[in-house]
Write a protein of this length. Structure first.
Length: 184
């Protein structure tokens, strides 16, 4: 997509953004990536834009702003485009992030591990009867969580009881819940 091929409503928005990018980041280059105009700096993606039938989207790569493109997602007219100062700030922040080493560019905190749900009484009793309580407790939290959620998610008591019997058998064999689907 080139600006000339975009709809009449989109051309002033795209042209303005393009001029703003070149004014704010003089060393940037233009490229087409994923079928959309992009601006790169040192061969790495900085920002991009896309025109659709009724709106334009502008995006900044490696953006730390919550909500992705946010107010830059559906721009239907030049009046809806954010102030130049806001766009310039986002561009400068993107340039700054690109100057950091790759590991430092990511600021997302690791997700806290999901807690293991409380073990249902019937399952605990079945594990105890089979002398597998310690083996189950020694399994990684994710494996225990998979078994417990599988049992708790049963819609009927009959299904729950079948799953408990199956779980005890698999745990006795040292298998985790989804052992069939994992490569050896």
């Amino acid at each position: 997509m080139t600006i000339a091929k975009a709809g009449a409503f989109a051309q002033p928005i795209l042209s303005h953004f393009r001029a703003l990018v070149h004014r704010t980041v003089p060393g940037c280059e233009e490229a087409i990536k994923w079928g959309m105009p992009h601006f790169t700096l040192g061969g790495r993606n900085l920002a991009g834009m896309a025109a659709f039938k009724k709106h334009v989207s502008i995006f900044f790569h490696h953006d730390e702003q919550p909500g992705g493109t946010g107010k830059f997602r559906k721009i239907a007219s030049i009046q809806e485009l954010a102030d130049d100062s806001v766009i310039e700030e986002r561009l400068r922040a993107a340039v700054e992030r690109l100057s950091l080493p790759p590991a430092a560019r990511t600021t997302k905190a690791a997700a806290a591990p999901k807690p293991v749900p409380e073990i249902p009484a019937a399952f605990a009793a079945a594990l105890g009867a089979a002398s597998l309580t310690e083996r189950f407790a020694a399994m990684p939290p994710g494996y225990r969580r998979e078994y417990i959620e599988w049992i708790v998610d049963a819609k009927t008591e009959v299904t729950r009881d079948k799953r408990i019997v199956q779980a005890v058998a698999w745990i006795g064999e040292g298998k985790h819940r989804n052992w069939k689907y994992r490569k050896c």
